[in-house]
Design a binder for this molecule. Structure first.
Ligand SMILES: Cc1ncc(COP(=O)(O)O)c(C=O)c1O
Length: 377
């Protein structure tokens, strides 16, 4: 049966609870940045992730930016990050005029390779006689990076580790929430994320002083005086009280979203066995929130498939194009053998939102099958 609506890749799910919480926040009169709902939301984030401190901000990008400020990353400093990521991981490095060093994945994994990471660190030390100032590891598509190995390398070279857990809220690596292994982690609550406040993000950290400094920077770096007085450049990155109320309703639903998304993953695994594709299912440390399902094509191009699905009212997308092959990044050092590019050439992301109905799932499978019937080679 054809569903009557377009099927999005990852549609946010909100209902009466969200309306009620935002309504309460409006009635409370706190229609402002910061406020009691932000404090409550931060407590919920801390409790869920077991991160001692959580600072909610306007976006995951803002969270990364203020972490770099808190680490005093400056012009000319090297910061290592994966090439397989969304540009938001790298942009804050460029805001500070620091130098991104891009590292690929290997051995069939999709996150940053520990072997290439170490190669990159050694190269920077020997060529520039300086250590990279930070390592940003990403849990791409919600799938945990090989944290044990990456953390060991960060500790060995005494380089602060930042985890970009924007896509991995709800992902635990060996029973510990992603974003809590390094010195800092970030989350995102953007419209396409597993929980959404339409826009928003947070810093996670064990470091009380740094958490306070980040909070200070996020509200224009106001000195604690009875009048406005400033010694350093600040930012307007504070989270909205109304969106925090929305976040509180969403975080309560996260366990349910996770269950539904796992069921969708299993559905794809079970029902796509008559077509020449595989669903990616290698999750280091057991870690995934099943944010987006990745389909690996053997012979067909993702472009044709995406177009066919679009014509049938279903949104599917390319996986992230590697940063090192983009004009913005091609001048920077890169370590790897184009593994992310090879991955990009044969993969697509399938609809994975927790609100997908049985009827919609059946329709998606039917359309995937008909693509391969129409395009056998
Ligand atoms: C890997 C990754 N890092 C960072 C971000 C930035 O988050 P935000 O959109 O909240 O700024 C996103 C998502 O947008 C992301 O996917």
């Amino acid at each position: 049966m054809t569903p009557d609506k377009y099927i999005y890749l990852h549609k946010p799910l909100a209902s009466d609870e969200e309306i009620q919480m935002v309504g309460e926040a409006i009635r409370s009169g706190w229609i402002a940045p910061g406020g009691p709902y932000v404090e409550r939301f931060e407590k919920e984030l801390s409790a869920y992730t077991k991160s001692p401190y959580a600072v909610a901000l306007q976006s995951g990008t803002a969270a990364l930016h203020l972490i770099l400020k808190a680490l005093h990353i400056q012009e000319g400093d090297f910061v290592i990050l994966p090439t397989h990521t969304f540009v938001a991981t790298a942009n804050p490095v460029l805001y500070e005029k620091a130098i991104p060093v891009l590292v690929d994945s290997d051995q069939g994994q999709i996150n940053m390779s520990p072997a290439y990471l170490e190669e990159a660190i050694k190269f920077i030390i020997s060529k520039y006689q300086t250590k990279p100032k930070a390592i940003i590891t990403v849990h791409i598509y919600g799938i945990a990076a090989p944290l044990k190995e990456i953390k060991e390398i960060a500790e060995k070279y005494e380089i602060p580790l930042i985890e970009d857990a924007a896509e991995s809220m709800g992902t635990f690596y060996e029973h510990q929430h992603t974003g809590t292994f390094g010195k800092f982690g970030i989350l995102s609550f953007n419209g396409n994320k597993i929980i959404s406040t339409s826009g928003g993000g947070a810093v996670l950290t064990h470091d009380k002083e740094k958490a306070e400094y980040i909070r200070f920077l996020s509200s224009q770096a106001k000195e604690p005086r009875p009048y406005y007085y400033h010694k350093e450049v600040g930012y307007n990155y504070q989270f909205s009280n109304l969106l925090a109320a929305l976040g509180m309703a969403q975080i309560k639903k996260l366990p349910d979203f996770l269950q539904k998304k796992e069921a969708i993953h299993r559905y794809y695994l079970k029902h796509l066995n008559s077509v020449p594709v595989r669903i990616f299912k290698d999750f280091p440390g057991g870690g995934t929130n099943y944010w987006l399902n990745i389909m690996i094509l053997d012979k067909h191009s993702p472009g044709e498939f995406i177009q066919f699905m679009e014509e049938n009212g279903i949104e599917t997308r390319h996986t992230w194009y590697p940063l090192h092959l983009m004009p913005l990044f091609e001048k920077y050092h890169y370590f790897g053998r184009n593994e992310t590019y090879e991955f990009f050439r044969k993969t697509v992301l399938l609809p994975s939102g927790a609100g997908l109905t049985g009827n919609e799932m059946e329709y998606i499978i039917e359309k995937i099958e008909s693509f391969f019937i129409k395009n056998p080679f």
